[in-house]
Write a protein that binds this ligand. Structure first.
Ligand code: F3S
Length: 284
């Protein structure tokens, strides 16, 4: 059986950096917290919890912390969380926000200061977008679909600056920007989609077109993994979404001559390697 594993499968640069940061901090000792789960992968989060890391799930939980190290994950946080952390003198802060997300914070904060209205193309419930909203002034709006863009009523006389959630679909982003350009007077667009996502999706699509079966590995809650699964399913009818190699144990790969493997941004390398080994039969 031919096995093709996507080169872009697994941790992106920002996630890798954030996860490594937590493991490095564990080595140093002391009480360690992450503000939110460091990545959307239960196995990694469980391993960190076993090593003594506590996940803070809300601002209220953070307010109760009086000592130790708080690590900010790659998605970033809003300005008010940084302000709260600054007030807490007994806490050491390690910021693992991805530099691409920090760049968006800078853009929206500067554009807001110029008096421009900010439009974030992305999902308003996503922690990354919540963080970006927190760096924009009062005049900010989140748009996720072409329909929402069509319904959007611009404030008269207000210039608009548009950015995107780093993992947003490029095609959809371009459509939304086109709609906004027709409605608003002065639109300044910065495409802030991270190319790690685009590369991963393009490569997955290309492999899925050649493979008889496709395996997509990632956490249940990982939206970028679900998106990869959807993309691969469009080209390869036999696409399977798994979390670990255990999900493959009772699966038959009979008659499959070429199998493709890809994984979401929060899937550790060792899980991808276990799956590769399993499909190659070396593990039987
Ligand atoms: Fe950063 Fe892009 Fe990953 S924004 S966290 S490198 S998907």
């Amino acid at each position: 059986m031919k096995v093709i594993t996507a080169k872009s499968a697994g941790f992106c640069f920002g996630v890798k950096k954030a996860v490594e940061t937590v493991y490095n901090e564990i080595e140093k000792g002391g009480r360690i917290y992450t503000y939110g789960e460091i990545i959307h992968n239960e196995l990694v989060v469980e391993d960190l919890e076993k090593k003594g890391v506590t996940v803070l799930n809300s601002r209220e939980e953070l307010e109760k912390v009086t000592e130790g190290t708080v690590i900010i994950r790659s998605h970033g946080v809003s300005k008010d969380i940084y302000e709260l952390l600054e007030e807490k003198k007994g806490i050491r802060v390690v910021d693992a926000t991805c530099p691409f997300v920090l760049k968006i914070h800078k853009i929206v904060s500067e554009e807001s200061k110029k008096g421009r209205h900010i439009i974030i193309v992305g999902s308003s419930d996503h922690p990354e977008v919540k963080g970006i909203i927190g760096f924009s002034g009062d005049s900010v709006r989140c748009i996720q679909t072409e329909d929402e863009a069509e319904e959007y009523v611009p404030e008269s006389g207000k210039c608009v600056s548009v950015v995107a959630q780093t993992t947003f679909n490029l095609h959809k982003f371009n459509n939304i920007v086109e709609i906004l350009k027709k409605k608003c007077y002065d639109v300044h667009t910065v495409n802030t989609i991270c190319n790690a996502t685009e590369q991963r999706q393009t490569e997955a699509l290309e492999i899925a077109s050649r493979a008889d079966a496709m395996i997509v590995i990632g956490g249940k809650n990982s939206s970028n993994t679900r998106k990869l699964y959807e993309i691969c399913s469009e080209r390869c009818a036999d696409t399977r979404f798994i979390q670990t190699v255990d999900d493959l144990v009772n699966e038959s790969l009979k008659g499959v001559k070429c199998i493709g493997i890809t994984a979401g941004a929060s899937t550790p390398n060792y899980i991808i390697e276990e799956v590769q080994k399993h499909v190659r039969g070396t593990d039987f």
